[in-house]
Every structure is written in structure tokens, then in C-alpha cells.
Ligand binder design. Structure first.
Ligand code: HEM
Length: 418
């Protein structure tokens, strides 16, 4: 129980430093038994950090034995009332999960999302236009944060005027307790307020789209004129909260870490920048592997069970450490090396094989690819000026974010996207 996985100062450090300690935890064994203080109750509890690739795959594949629907996929259980009100299908098991995911997935195929995938290019151009003439910027606030959020807001049909509401609320929900986002008040209350803001916004939009459907995703999810199974009104807002948090902070974190990884590895940057077309597909996967933006997902043992020589009892919490699994020496050669041409690269950054595998992986890949293509062609000499400022969370953050990343570059003219 002597590891520091649950301590804020483990996560509030630079990626390479924390991953060096993670390698020691992984070497010590496949399951890192860890004590933590539940911030919601003040009680001491424990979880098992799952450090190795093979076990993350196995747990992801066996939802009957390792479920998502007991307590939540976060380390502390979510209070019952929060799950009832805001809980989305990431915290559910089949058949409820399969029903809701199935409805959404029909509108989430690359074909159905063609318009959104095309708009990624235009939105990226627009966001870079906003700072490219300045010669310097905080890449997180100027680019990595607004870009994916605008994509999701446009996809759902959220008006631009509500952008700040969505940004503030998602920062609270995934800020890991960072006081800059949470304020000084009660964390649980801040979470509820943020959830309510998004719920109110989405309920209003859903009601409007029921009466006046457009071609946005919200309309597809609420408009039922073909007798198909649709999301219930009470399921729409939790789905939006899931999308806003799952699709926004993750992509932001991938882009921010990606830029910093290029700064730390100039040879890799040169290789990518010299041949964007050929290298982009593998470079994007390598960023997701090395950054592992989603730090963990939790599962709960549904019965007494053993795995890789360890006995678990019903109710035990297994926390899959994606950053560790993605550096498992048994699978990845020279795992600490950032290699933009790594191939094969069977990383688990979008989750292991199983029913909860990231629904937005193709959108995320497109966003990260377009982001670097545009940054490296429009601002070819962009440089990181000082180390990234990590999120100052209260414990183990679900998404291991970067709050700011100062960059500078030769100013260039906006292209104009209209
Ligand atoms: C680099 C960016 C991203 C990363 C690293 C990422 C990673 C993940 C991971 C690890 C999971 C959990 C998988 C599991 O439990 O087995 C997940 C689930 C999910 N992701 Fe992503 N994601 C990213 C971007 C996105 C985007 C852009 C969207 C949508 C706009 C999205 C939507 C979702 C949804 C809806 C789920 C829940 C799926 C379910 O429970 O069935 N993600 N993602």
C-alpha cells in the first residue's frame, strides 16, 4: 500500500517524471494496492491500480466480471442522486449501456459524422486565425481548449454564445479539484452546479430541436418520426455532459502533450514536419499512447474472482492505468521513447477492447491530425517557451491535463475561414 498513486503530487508533475515512477510501480507487480481518502466522504478506501497491458485488456473484455455500473468509473463512487441525474452510459452496464450507446452510435459513424469531420478543418483554421498574428500564445487557452469544444458544440448545435458556459462547466467536472476551476466552495456543490448548467442548456436545446429539427446531432437524437428507438428526454442531457467532458478535455490534453512532446523530441518533430502526409497517422497514435490523456477507468469486481494470480472479492475496485499499460515493456519496445513512426502501436489510449471502447476515437484522431497539420504548416517555427503547467488536482485526475503551454512563432496572417 506504499505507492503514491492516490496522491496529488504524483499527478501534478511533468509526464516523464510521473511515468518514471509509474514504471517502478509496474515493476513491483500487476496490481498496485492503493489507499485513498474519498473526497466526498472523508473515509479511507482502497483500489487496485492495474499496471500491465494484458490485464487492462482482460478486464475491458469481461464486463460481466468487471463492471462499470456499480458506483461509477471514477475512483470514488458517485453519489446515487448524481448518478441518477447526470449519470451517462459510460457508468452503465449492458443492457442499459448497449441500448443508449446503440442509439447514439447510429448517428456517430464516420459516414453520419461526415459534416462534422469536414468542419474540423474549418474550425481549426478559425481558431488558429485568432492568434496567429500575435507571435506568441498560451497554446492551451488559445487553441487546444477552444478547438475540440467548438467541434462538439457545433456538432450538437449549441450556439456559440453558450461556449463559455460549456467551457466553465467542463473545466469544473474534469478539473480534478484544481482550485482555479473549482473555486473555494464545496467540491460536490461545484460539480452539481456545473452539471445543472449543462443540463439546463441541453434540455432547452433538445426541446427546441424536437419542434424545429436541423441537421445537428441533437435533432437526430430527439426527433422521432420513423418509429425508431430514441434517447428519452432524461437521457439527452447526461449524454451531452458525457460528450462535452469525454470529447473535450481528452483531445485538449492530447494536443497540448503532443506539442510538448515535439518540443522535447526535435528529431521526431523534424521527421513529422518533413513528411506530414506519410507520418501523421502513426504520429497521432503515438501521441495518444505517450500522453494517455485518460489516466484511468475504474471497473468493479462483480464476484469473488482471481486474475493474474491475485484474488479479488466482490466490490473491489480495479483502476486501469492506461499510461502504465501503454508503456508495458512486454508489449512496446523502448516504451519511454516517443517515436512518431511507431508501428505497430496497439496502445490502449482509447480504452481496451470491450463495450466501452471510445465512441469518438475517429473524431479524436481527425482532430489531433488536423491540429498538427495546420500548426506545423501555418506556424512552422512554433516553439514551446517553458514547461507545461500541469493540472493541480486533489487526487488522481480522470484526464491528466495541461493548464497552460506558452509558445512563440513568427507571426503570420489569418487565412479567414468564410
Ligand atoms: C484523444 C482523445 C480521446 C481519448 C484519449 C479518449 C479516450 C477514451 C477512453 C479511455 C474511454 C473509456 C474506454 C473504456 O472504458 O473502455 C472513452 C470513452 C468514451 N469516449 Fe473517448 N477519448 C477521446 C476523445 C473522444 C471524443 C472526441 C469523443 C466524442 C466526441 C469521445 C467520446 C467518448 C464516449 C461517448 C465514451 C463512452 C463510451 C462508452 O461508455 O460506451 N471521446 N474515451
Amino acid at each position: 500500500m506504499s505507492n503514491r498513486l492516490a496522491q496529488p503530487d504524483f499527478w501534478n508533475r511533468q509526464l516523464a517524471e510521473r511515468m518514471a515512477e509509474m514504471a517502478e510501480i509496474r515493476a513491483a507487480g500487476p496490481f498496485a494496492r492503493t489507499s485513498f481518502i474519498n473526497p466526498l466522504t472523508g473515509e479511507t478506501e482502497q483500489f487496485y491500480g492495474v499496471t500491465r497491458y494484458a490485464d487492462v485488456v482482460e478486464i475491458s473484455k469481461r464486463p460481466h466480471d468487471f463492471c462499470s455500473g456499480k458506483g461509477a468509473v471514477s475512483v470514488p463512487d458517485m453519489p446515487e442522486e448524481a448518478l441518477n441525474f447526470f449519470g451517462s452510459f459510460i457508468n452503465m452496464d449492458d443492457p442499459r449501456h448497449a441500448r443508449q450507446r446503440g442509439i447514439v452510435a447510429r448517428s456517430f459513424t464516420p459516414r453520419q459524422l461526415q459534416g462534422v469531420l469536414d468542419s474540423v478543418e474549418t474550425i481549426c483554421t478559425e481558431v488558429i486565425d485568432g492568434f496567429c498574428a500575435d507571435g506568441e500564445a498560451d497554446l492551451v487557452t488559445a487553441f487546444a481548449q477552444p478547438f475540440p469544444l467548438l467541434v462538439i458544440c457545433d456538432m450538437m448545435g449549441i450556439p456559440r454564445s453558450e461556449f463559455d458556459t460549456v467551457l466553465t462547466a467542463t473545466n469544473v467536472i474534469l478539473g480534478g479539484g484544481d482550485p482555479e476551476f473549482m473555486g473555494d466552495g464545496d467540491p460536490l456543490e461545484a460539480l452539481f452546479t456545473a452539471g445543472l448548467a449543462l443540463t439546463g442548456l441541453m434540455n432547452e436545446l433538445a426541446e427546441d430541436r424536437r419542434a424545429n429539427p436541423t441537421d445537428d446531432l441533437t435533432s437526430k437524437l430527439v426527433h422521432n418520426d420513423v418509429g425508431e428507438d430514441m434517447l428519452d428526454p432524461s437521457e439527452i442531457a447526461p449524454f451531452f455532459i458525457l460528450l462535452a467532458v469525454a470529447g473535450n478535455d481528452t483531445t485538449r490534453t492530447a494536443i497540448s502533450h503532443g506539442m510538448n512532446l515535439l518540443a522535447l523530441n526535435p528529431d521526431q518533430r523534424r521527421a513529422w514536419q518533413d513528411d506530414l502526409d506519410a507520418v501523421s497517422p502513426t504520429a497521432v497514435e503515438e501521441i495518444v499512447r505517450v500522453a494517455s490523456p485518460v489516466t484511468y477507468m475504474r471497473r468493479t469486481a462483480t464476484r469473488d474472482i482471481s486474475l493474474s494470480g491475485q484474488d479479488f472479492v466482490e466490490g473491489d475496485k480495479l483502476v486501469m492505468l492506461y499510461g502504465s499499460a501503454n508503456r508495458d515493456e512486454r508489449v512496446f519496445a523502448d516504451p519511454e521513447r516517443f517515436d512518431v513512426r511507431r508501428d505497430p502501436n496497439p496502445h490502449l489510449g482509447f480504452g481496451g477492447p470491450g463495450p466501452h471502447f471510445c465512441l469518438g476515437a475517429h473524431l479524436a484522431r481527425r482532430e489531433v491530425s488536423v491540429a498538427f497539420r495546420q500548426l506545423l504548416t501555418r506556424l512552422p517555427d512554433i516553439e514551446v517557451d517553458s514547461p507545461p503547467v500541469p493540472l493541480q488536482g486533489m487526487g488522481m485526475p480522470l484526464v491528466g491535463g495541461i493548464k497552460s503551454l506558452p509558445v512563440s512563432f513568427t507571426p503570420s496572417d489569418p487565412l479567414g475561414s468564410h
